[in-house]
Design a protein around this ligand. Structure first.
Ligand SMILES: Nc1nc2c(ncn2[C@@H]2O[C@H](COP(=O)(O)OP(=O)(O)OP(=O)(O)O)[C@@H](O)[C@H]2O)c(=O)[nH]1
Ligand SMILES: [Mg+2]
Ligand SMILES: [Zn+2]
Length: 304
C-alpha cells in the first residue's frame, strides 16, 4: 500500500473538531486519523464535512478544500453562527427528566433540524428514574406530531438501549445533540464501546466529578450494534439561537401550524398577539399544543 503522499490532495472525512483543529479520517480506512488544520483563517469546517487534505507526514494534514454539503446544522450564538455538523442524515435530541430538559430548547433544536432537512427523533434517556414518568405527557405530544420517540436507559440498560435504537441507527450518520447532562456521551459509549477511553480524553472533569464533552466527535458503530452506522457526540449547550433562520422558516418548521398558515387576518401576522391570528386561536382552543405555541411565540424576531 502506498504511504501518504506529500503532494497529492486526497478526500477525507472530518471526524472531530477541536476549535481550530480537526481530526480527519480516510473514507476507505487506508490511513489512520490525522490531526488537520485549515489554511489561513478559514473556520467554516465542522465534523461530518467532506474535505480534500494534503498530508504533512504520517499523522498530520492540511485541509485544502471543502466539498459541498448535503445537510448543515447551525445555531446562532448572539451575532455568530456556529456550525454543529455537516452531512448528517438524522439527529437524536437526547432528553432526560433529571436534570430536567428544557422544552424551549427542544423546540428550537427541532426548528433548526427541520429547516436543515435533517430527520429528528427524541431520545428520552434515564427511563430507569422515577422522574421519567413526569415527562411522559410531553413525549406523547411529540409522538402525536410524528417525531419518533425512543425511551432508553443508556447506562442502566445498555443491551435494551442497543435493541431499541438499532433499526433507527443502521446505514445512517446520526448526530446526538442536547443539553449538558442528558447522557449523550453515555449513549455513545453504550453504542460504541471502544469510544469510552477516547471520550474521556476529550471531556473535561468538572469539580463535581462529572465529565462534560468539549468537542464534537464521530464514531463508527460496530456492525453488530448497527450496520454501516456512524454517531456524532457533541458538547451540550444552554441556549440555541435561531438568528440564522428567517421568521418564515421558523414558522414553517412548526409542523402543527401547517394547516393554519394563510388563515390569519393579517398577511404579515407574526402569530403572537395580532388580532385574528389563526394559530394563537387554535392554541387557545386546544386544537394545537399550547406549550409549543407559547415557546414559539417567545422566540424574538431576531431568533433569540
Ligand atoms: N440514571 C441514569 N443516569 C444516566 C443514564 N445515562 C447517563 N446517565 C448519567 O447522566 C450523567 C450525564 O451523562 P453524560 O453522558 O456525561 O451527559 P452528556 O449529555 O454527554 O453531557 P455533556 O457532555 O455535558 O453535554 C452521568 O452522570 C451519567 O452517568 C441512565 O440511563 N440512567
Ligand atoms: Mg458528553
Ligand atoms: Zn397568525
Amino acid at each position: 500500500m502506498p504511504g501518504p503522499s506529500v503532494s497529492q490532495p486526497e478526500p477525507a472525512l472530518v471526524a472531530a473538531s477541536f476549535g481550530r483543529q480537526f481530526y480527519v479520517r480516510s473514507p476507505t480506512g487506508a490511513w489512520a486519523d490525522r490531526v488537520a488544520v485549515t489554511r489561513g483563517k478559514r473556520t467554516d469546517v465542522c465534523v461530518g464535512d467532506r474535505v480534500d487534505v494534503r498530508a504533512l507526514g504520517p499523522d498530520q494534514a492540511v485541509i485544502e478544500a471543502l466539498q459541498p454539503r448535503r445537510t448543515l446544522l447551525q445555531r446562532s450564538d448572539g451575532w455568530r453562527t456556529k456550525l454543529l455538523a455537516a452531512n448528517v442524515d438524522q439527529a437524536g435530541v437526547v432528553l432526560s427528566a433529571d436534570p430536567p430538559f428544557s422544552e424551549a430548547l427542544l423546540v428550537r433544536m427541532l426548528i433548526a433540524l427541520d429547516t436543515a432537512g435533517i430527520d429528528a427523533a427524541l431520545v428520552a434517556n434515564k427511563c430507569d428514574l422515577q422522574a421519567a414518568r413526569t415527562i411522559e405527557p410531553r413525549l406523547a405530544a411529540y409522538r402525536a406530531l410524528g417525531y419518533p420517540v425512543f425511551e432508553i436507559a443508556a447506562r442502566v440498560h445498555p443491551e435494551a438501549t442497543r435493541d431499541t435504537l438499532r433499526g433507527w441507527l443502521g446505514r445512517r450518520t446520526t448526530l446526538l445533540i442536547g443539553q449538558s447532562g442528558m447522557g449523550k456521551s453515555t449513549l455513545v459509549n453504550t453504542l460504541a464501546p471502544d469510544a469510552d477511553l477516547r471520550t474521556r480524553e476529550i471531556s473535561v472533569a468538572l469539580s463535581s466529578g462529572r465529565h462534560t464533552t468539549t468537542f464534537s466527535r464521530m464514531f463508527e458503530l460496530p456492525a453488530d450494534t448497527a450496520p454501516d452506522a456512524r454517531i456524532i457526540d457533541t458538547p451540550g449547550f444552554q441556549s440555541f439561537g435561531l438568528a440564522h433562520l428567517s421568521a418564515s422558516q421558523r414558522t414553517h418548521a412548526m409542523r402543527e401550524f401547517a394547516p393554519l398558515l394563510g388563515r390569519c387576518r393579517f398577511n404579515d401576522c407574526r402569530h403572537r398577539d395580532e388580532p385574528g391570528c389563526a394559530i394563537r386561536e387554535a392554541a387557545e382552543r386546544g386544537d394545537i399544543d399550547a406549550v409549543r405555541y407559547r415557546i414559539f411565540a417567545r422566540i424574538g424576531d431576531d431568533g433569540d
